[in-house]
Design a protein around this ligand. Structure first.
Ligand code: FAD
Length: 322
């Protein structure tokens, strides 16, 4: 059996960028690997998985998998791991991954390293690192006494190498869910108003804080975000004030994000905010106060009024990008 199992997430057959990051890492390791994908459209991922060198795509397209159900998904992965015995499982440290894989680990004597930001895989070793203490330090995690090493990678932590042609196509194997008495079923999914990529997976985020002065000025952030193809985030202060929804909150009690570019506008840089975004690759801060703590973390800083600077940035990026 393949040494690595890679969990691929998708939207109706459209593979997510974070899953391409995992496939790139699996291919780079030189180890044998197969992939798993569930729900409507999952089989369409076979060609992408093959292009990266996956030998097999394990799937079930039963209706119960069309929306995430922790009981059904846990049962299915438990079954697959017991049957196929991979030594390593790679998945994304998003809400689904963090909910699902600790449950799976409990069934298969797995060890879980979550929120990892670096990964080195080879035939002889598995090295993962993850941030601790609000990203002030990082630790290396070692697995001991477990049958499967479950590694959940933060989105955008790994590079993507695009692969388009397969040496040989992956076998698609349908694995039926053993009958279980589901205690909960998902009846309906109500999507939020935003059509943008979820913050945890976005590669560019434009975020606003109390310095934006009011909810009406979030339009300036949305304008810049739409030119950059970014998602819009916020500090807790503005979420608590009711300017935007909690799904946009970045930080200790909000979402942990690690985009390639994080633009913080009118955000002071409190430790609880930094806890959620300091692993961003490039941080740009716009703040009126030159001593704001955010500038200590920022790669580039602009001291000035965000309400004046944002429209100028949007215009410049429009010219550059279109
Ligand atoms: C247990 C706990 C959990 C928390 N969890 C979170 C969390 O998950 N996420 C989070 O964000 N916070 C969290 N907080 C709150 C956190 O401590 C801060 O209060 C919050 O992050 C401040 O938000 P802010 O930066 O928008 O506002 P402020 O701290 O008020 O900062 C506003 C900034 O805007 C600047 N400014 C003002 N006007 C302008 C302008 N026109 N142009 C440019 N800059 C301007 C100011 O100089 C200032 O630096 C938590 C707090 C606690 C106690």
């Amino acid at each position: 059996m393949a040494q690595i199992l890679v969990y691929l997430e998708h939207n109706n057959g459209q593979i997510k960028k974070t899953s391409l990051e995992l496939l790139t890492a699996a291919k780079k390791s030189g180890l044998d690997f197969c992939a798993a994908a569930l729900g409507k459209g999952a089989k369409e991922l076979a060609s992408t998985a093959s292009a990266y060198g996956a030998k097999e795509l394990l799937t079930s397209t039963a209706d119960v998998f069309n929306t995430y159900n922790s009981e059904a998904y846990t049962q299915w992965f438990g079954q697959v791991i017991k049957a196929k015995k991979p030594q390593i499982l790679l998945a994304t440290a998003n809400l689904t991954g963090k909910d699902l894989f600790p449950r799976v680990a409990g069934r298969v004597n797995g060890g879980v390293a979550t929120d990892c930001t670096s990964l080195e895989l080879s035939a002889s070793s598995v090295k993962v690192r993850r941030p601790v203490y609000s990203a002030k330090a990082s630790v290396e995690v070692e697995f001991q006494n477990c049958d499967v090493k479950i590694i959940l990678m933060r989105p955008n932590a790994l590079e993507i190498k695009n692969e388009t042609s397969a040496a040989s196509p992956a076998t698609v194997s349908e694995v039926a869910l053993e009958p279980i008495d589901l205690k909960t079923i998902v009846k309906d999914v109500v999507k939020g108003a935003s059509s943008k990529v979820d913050l945890t997976e976005a590669s560019i985020i434009v975020s606003g804080g109390r310095g934006m002065k009011g909810p009406e000025n979030f339009k300036l952030l949305e304008d810049l975000a739409s030119v950059l193809g970014a998602s819009v985030g916020a500090s807790r202060a503005v979420v608590d004030a009711g300017w935007v929804g909690h799904d946009m909150q970045v930080g200790q009690t909000g979402k942990t994000v690690s985009p390639n570019l994080y633009i913080a506008c009118g955000i002071s840089g409190a430790i609880q905010h930094l806890a959620g975004m300091s692993s961003s690759k490039v941080i740009v801060a716009i703040n009126k106060d030159k001593d704001a703590p955010i500038f200590q973390k920022a790669t580039y800083g602009i001291v000035g009024d965000a309400l004046e600077i944002l429209p100028l940035l949007t215009e410049e990026f429009k010219k550059l990008l279109h």
